[in-house]
Design a protein around this ligand. Structure first.
Ligand SMILES: *Cc1c(COP(=O)(O)O)cnc(C)c1O
Length: 417
């Protein structure tokens, strides 16, 4: 979290004291650093050197149009999983020719929208989908470029809920089925075989699962070559992990070097696309929250804060660990062990268990590493308006999504006649 540091005892986002942001915009609130996002994207981009590559940022990690716009300006491509995400990319000035479309359940309407906008690749996740893509392309009288998302059955050694590349996952096509699917695709009149894709999971903190998967993918590329099917792009998915709490994921350079060594070893030096999400935005954001009450019983102390699982779902959904740190470094309150809990009426509404904190009512806390799968997963459960998203750029703070109002919560609803 290099762009979120203490200066003179006060947590800053770039050059702005976080307490000032809380005062101006209230809590809970998401705060992102522009410099952090750009730094992360560049670290991957430069790691490839002059090897042909496209970084297709995984929109689902953080889909705010200001974030997408920053990345589009740097020349990023995008990995999307819905029509809604493609609409965001277009609104943000992204180039559809650098868009890859993933997802197991693409509807006819979504495929039409993607083809009309000429995305680079539709990443097919089943033979049934391949038939639908052919039919949709024929109905629009276009040729759709596709990749087949293969499932290399590699264990990414991460949480089961974010593990996607094993045989028991709903994602992708097994290697054997993929070989046949490619031969089928090659005969379809409205399909152009463009690439091969794989994405084995998320928050991966070792290089070996990536290179193991890649090696299986490269074997398939060679097998396809032998039957006359030429793959033009390797799409190696996302999944590079970040440091939430003492993890030591590979650096961008180590991650990319591993891939490049593997493609050179196999003699398959095709252009590479990657689909990083978390790596780019995860540590580029925090969620600010304020302590409402302290409470204790015989066995537990609770710091009850104004942000809940509806604002940041990851701890409840994945047992994810987010560091929770005070905005003011020094405090006169005694250090105690707290469960940091939110206002939502669910026992799972815990942002962190057993945290050593010195806090009192009114203190501000920062929930770290909240830039990825944070606001995008927020919801209005318990009729709680969604928090704002703020982007710090140097000494400026920009509202990139204002706080939702109570009126908006019921806007789409109506009474019976
Ligand atoms: C979620 C997802 C990604 C991004 O994963 P990260 O772990 O955030 O890098 C990339 N590709 C696909 C197909 C995904 O579903």
């Amino acid at each position: 979290m290099t762009f979120f540091q203490y200066h003179a005892g006060e947590l800053h986002a770039e050059h702005v004291p976080v307490s000032q942001i809380a005062k101006q915009f209230g809590t809970p609130a998401y705060v992102y650093s522009r410099a952090a996002i750009e730094h992360q994207w560049h670290s991957l981009d430069t790691a490839f050197g002059d090897y042909p590559h496209t970084i297709c940022y995984a929109v689902k990690a953080n889909s705010n149009i200001a974030v997408l716009n920053l990345l589009a300006q740097m020349g990023s491509g995008f990995d999307i999983v819905s029509e809604g995400e493609l609409r965001r990319v277009l609104l943000a000035g992204g180039d559809p020719r650098k868009v890859v479309f993933s997802g197991v359940a693409k509807s006819t309407g979504e495929l039409e929208f993607a083809m009309r906008n000429k995305v680079r690749s539709i990443n097919i996740e089943s033979v049934a989908e391949l038939h639908r893509v052919q039919a949709v392309a024929a109905s629009l009288d276009v040729v759709a470029a596709i990749a087949i998302r293969v499932n290399p059955n590699v264990d990414p050694e991460t949480h089961p809920y974010i593990s996607t590349g094993m045989d028991k996952a709903k994602f992708g096509v097994t290697m054997e089925a993929a070989f046949e699917a490619y031969q089928l695709a090659a005969k379809m009149p409205n399909i152009e075989v463009h690439g091969i894709a794989c994405h084995i999971g998320s928050q991966i903190t070792k290089t070996s699962p990536f290179t193991d998967a890649l090696s299986i993918v490269l074997d398939m590329v060679k097998r396809l070559r032998d039957v006359g099917i030429q793959i033009q792009q390797l799409d190696l998915g996302g999944g590079l992990g970040i440091n939430y709490h003492g993890e030591t994921p590979p650096s961008a350079q180590e991650y990319v070097d591993g891939m490049l060594a593997s493609v050179r070893e196999h003699g398959v030096d095709l252009p590479i696309a990657i689909e990083p999400g978390r790596y780019i935005v995860g540590n580029s954001g925090i969620m600010l929250t304020q302590v409402e009450y302290l409470k204790h019983n015989q066995s537990k102390r609770f710091a009850i804060v104004d942000a809940g699982m509806n604002d940041l779902l990851r701890p409840a959904l994945y047992q994810a660990y987010h560091e929770i740190i005070p905005v003011a470094e020094q405090s006169t309150s005694p250090i105690e062990q707290y469960d940091v809990v939110g206002p939502v009426c669910e026992s799972a509404d815990v942002l962190g268990y057993d945290r050593e904190l010195s806090v009192k009512s009114g203190d501000l806390l920062a929930v770290c590493s909240a830039g990825a799968y944070g606001h995008v997963m927020s919801n209005q459960y318990n009729s709680r308006p969604k928090p704002p998203e703020l982007m710090v750029d140097g000494d400026q703070v920009h509202v990139i999504r204002r706080r939702e109002t109570h009126d908006e919560l019921t806007l789409a609803e109506s009474l019976l006649p």
